[in-house]
Design a protein around this ligand. Sequence first.
Ligand code: B12
Length: 231
Amino acid sequence: MGKLSQALAKLDKDGVISTVKEGIDANRDPIEMIEEARQGLETVGEKFEKGNFFLMELMRAAQIFKEAASLLNPVIKERHGDAEKKAKVVIGTVAGDVHDLGKGLVASLLECAGFEVIDLGVDVSEQTFVEKIKEHRPKIVGMSGLLTTSIPVMKNTSIAIENSGFRGEAKVIVGGGIVGEVDSSNIEVDFATSNASEGMRIIEEWVKVKKSFLLMEKAKHYPHLINLKLL
Ligand code: B12
């Protein structure tokens, strides 16, 4: 375990903040530091599961992680920012679940990569997902959740999106803790992961494929524009 994850696992806020600041000064990759802090949170979760930590400690750990992320987010924007606007993403933590650190991280990474992110917050009902998808017509829908009970909620939300008729326009990706271990086809989504970087790679691929498909469609109708190099 690295210094950062160890400090977080001990709920040593000063240790976490100073290690993050040292890392920033030493030009360490901010995403790698967030990942290390996440590993520290995993240890906190294990301690909670064994009864060595209580809810208070879980909340304290989340608070320390948030402070570390608030120092790292601007650095991520600065180093990984990309001005080109790509597509809309509607993202939220599903109904009954309030875990939002991972969702927040994915939302910032998406913004840095040029996506327009509509963050619905936590404990988001099926109906709200459907309403917001109708309103914003995103290319990507992201659902986050860390509880075992969130898995069937994700499936139901995905079915509600399908029934609303908007599933054809948007790919659905889910993530968060154990959710990444689920077979995506069992919960009627396009992809499941517990790794933000992997999720980003898949989303980027989807958007690229969609763009080239649209270009091919345009090319069918306006072949002369290809000769003029306007497509
Ligand atoms: C911090 C924490 C809390 C905080 C959350 C604060 C907050 N603002 O989010 C608080 C104290 C509120 C909390 C409450 C509870 N928690 Co809690 N919590 C955790 C803990 C320690 C860390 C979670 C975390 O934020 N990790 C850091 C982030 C960055 O990681 P992440 O969410 O996995 O996200 C990464 C990826 O998964 C991915 N990702 C996440 N979302 C998405 C979405 C998309 C689209 C994509 C592509 C990727 C992606 O990207 C991120 C970076 O790679 C975990 C332990 C663990 N092992 O995860 C327990 C844990 C999740 N909690 C647990 C439990 C039981 C609870 C409570 C029920 C406790 C209680 N008795 O009240 C409540 C539930 C409240 C509710 N209704 O939601 C259990 C869940 C067990 C289970 N399988 O159901 C865990 C696993 C602890 C344990 N081992 O027992 N918790």
